[in-house]
Design a protein around this ligand. Structure first.
Ligand code: SRM
Ligand code: SF4
Length: 534
């Protein structure tokens, strides 16, 4: 227990962690499976199970959600097939969602099946550990790491190393299982900030250190004249219902070899000093506010056991953000990667089997996720590309979707999430379909839906962000949205802000149509013009 926690009154979550560490649940899975969900201790069921990635869903009691960890968003066809087998056994209740953290969640899970599911995961190297509650979430990395000819750094190995350190290679690590709150880490390896570095508690962005100074790297390059590659460090980015902040510079540049140690040091400082009294004020930025960034930096240095170098003068994020939908040449001659659009990230067992098959038949069995809830299949030889593009699955999971559909992101919403104020995924799809029928576009417009102010669907990074709310119309309470605009991703990323509040969802379509015409150059299609002139 930390110094802060012992001196402040403990909130409900701090109490439950103090009573029993969340990871203790690992050894009780067999017991829960034979007890059944209704007979379980409620705190274990509703909260502690999240330490092993199992989420009780009050909206569908008895049908749990399982959140995996997918370092850098990468999995194998074998792993995908195991995930497909798990959801397949639940028939209509079983499905999966690719998440906004390059990850996947499974639905319909029965508690009695957990021992078998964990065994299957273990056999193929999958883990769900520490993916919920006061733990570090899935660590994001560049979705085209190792494929992109223009990349500055292949993030895969580092992301895996951080995950291994935090989770004890997927087995669970009590050193980091009682943070004051959730914690997000991202590493950008390309020039386009594909991971939304600015909305993470801790992010590493590519930057070259110039000049002829003693950097103390111990690499023999201390006095190098030529620029050395490393990362500028950002801290404190987060979204919550009460406050959203972009990450701020720590004024530190780290060599790739130091990234894991810096993650450890930052997390130790957060764990031991982060505020624990009020859950709404427990994210890392609140500690930085209290201390100031200088004191925070000094404490990180003290944990690290060495000084941090000042940040490089500029970072290398100088491209517009790519969405990776479509077919692109890899840096390996003769190979391509294909980005498939998965509408709002929703997958069913048969889709997952089919994706695994395509990855094996045309690629090398590798599958990747993006933070836009889509997939990338790498390593498709030139000679196989034409046949790949005729596959039936690509009719639904297109490499060339409409310009609104391709950038659509949506959180879980009311179908499964009890925080939700509105239904999101189905509504988002229906709305995009109508708007694409009515309008023509020259550029993609990024629309993000999120069911409540927790902002899992990241409306603040979107061109148009829609945040679920309840609103009143003609004396009735209706599902509505607050509209966000101005989110900028890629270079010069900054967060969008709320511009209109409380639009009933039933009145939203003409407002979106108008915004798309006025602000994004959309044009009414002829047929729509005829209808509107009637
Ligand atoms: Fe989230 C809580 C879903 C990304 C901010 N989020 C939840 C819960 C667990 C609430 C619950 O128990 O029902 C949601 C589970 C619903 C379900 O059944 O799926 C949930 N969050 C999601 C996912 C699945 C949205 C999606 O459709 O993609 C994303 C899973 C990511 C992952 O793989 O780990 C997801 N959540 C995010 C993000 C986006 C990001 O990380 O870039 C955010 C905003 C960024 C951030 O955290 O700073 C986010 N989720 C929250 C919050 C507000 C945190 C706070 O500090 O207040 C909550 C509520 C909480 O933690 O108390 C929350
Ligand atoms: Fe649930 Fe709200 Fe997150 Fe959507 S934004 S998944 S409704 S907590």
């Amino acid at each position: 227990m930390t110094d802060t926690a012992t001196t402040t009154s403990l909130n409900k979550f701090e109490k439950l962690k103090a009573e029993k560490d969340g990871l203790a649940i690992k050894s009780e899975i067999e017991k829960f499976a034979s007890l059944g969900w209704e007979a379980m201790n409620e705190t274990d069921r509703d909260h502690r199970l999240k330490w092993v990635g199992v989420f009780f869903r009050p909206v569908t009691p008895g049908k749990f959600m399982m959140r995996l960890r997918m370092p850098n968003g990468i999995l194998t066809s074998n792993q995908m097939r195991v995930l497909a087998q798990v959801v397949q056994r639940y028939g209509d209740d079983g499905c999966a969602d690719i998440t906004t953290r390059q990850n996947i969640q499974l639905r319909g899970i029965r508690i009695e099946d957990l021992p078998d599911i964990f065994n299957r995961f273990h056999a193929v190297g999958l883990t769900t550990v520490q993916s919920g509650m006061d733990n570090v979430r899935n660590i994001t990395g560049d979705p085209v790491a190792g494929l992109d000819a223009d990349e500055l750094y292949d993030t895969r190995e580092l992301v895996q190393q951080i995950q291994d350190m935090l989770t004890n290679k997927g087995e669970g690590n009590p050193e980091f299982s009682n943070l004051p709150r959730k914690f997000n880490i991202a590493i950008a390896g390309g020039r386009d900030n594909s991971v939304h570095a600015e909305i993470n508690d801790l992010a590493f962005v590519p930057a070259f250190k110039e000049g002829n100074e003693d950097w103390g790297l111990g690499t023999g390059q201390e006095f190098s004249q030529s620029p050395i590659f490393g990362f500028n460090v950002l801290v404190g980015g987060f979204f919550s219902a009460k406050r959203c902040e972009a990450a701020i510079p720590l004024n530190a540049w780290v060599a790739p070899d130091d990234v894991v140690a810096v993650c450890r040091a930052v997390l130790e400082v957060f764990r031991d000093h982060g505020p624990r009294a009020n859950r709404q004020k427990s994210r890392l930025m609140w500690l930085i506010d209290e201390w100031g960034v200088e004191k925070f930096r000094a404490e990180v240095e003290s944990r690290l056991g060495k000084s941090l170098l000042p940040a490089a003068a500029k970072d290398e994020i100088d491209w517009e953000k790519r969405d990776h939908i479509g077919v692109y040449k890899q840096k390996q001659a003769g190979l391509n990667y294909a980005g498939l659009h998965i509408p709002v990230g929703r997958l069913y067992a048969e889709d997952m089997f089919e994706i695994a098959r395509l990855a094996e038949v045309y690629g090398t069995g590798e599958i990747r996720f993006t933070v836009e809830q889509n997939i990338v299949i790498p390593n498709i030889p030139e000679s196989r590309l034409a046949t790949f593009l005729t596959e039936t699955l690509l009719e639904r999971f297109s490499v060339n979707p409409g310009l609104l559909a391709r950038s659509l992101v949506s959180c879980t919403g009311a179908q499964f999430c009890n925080f939700a104020l509105i239904e999101t995924k189905n509504r988002a799809l229906a709305m995009i379909k109508v708007l694409e029928e009515e309008l023509s576009f020259t550029n993609p417009v990024r629309i993000h839906w999120t069911g409540c102010p927790n902002s899992c669907g990241q409306p603040q990074v979107a061109d148009i962000g829609l945040m679920g709310t309840k609103t009143r119309k003609n004396g009735k309470t209706l599902e509505g949205v607050d509209i966000y605009m101005g989110g900028k991703v890629g270079k010069d990323a900054h967060l969008g802000t709320c511009i209109i509040k409380g639009i009933p969802c039933e009145d939203l379509q003409p407002i979106l149509q108008d915004l798309l015409i006025q602000k994004f150059g959309a044009k009414l299609n002829k047929e729509a013009l005829v209808v509107s002139n009637c």
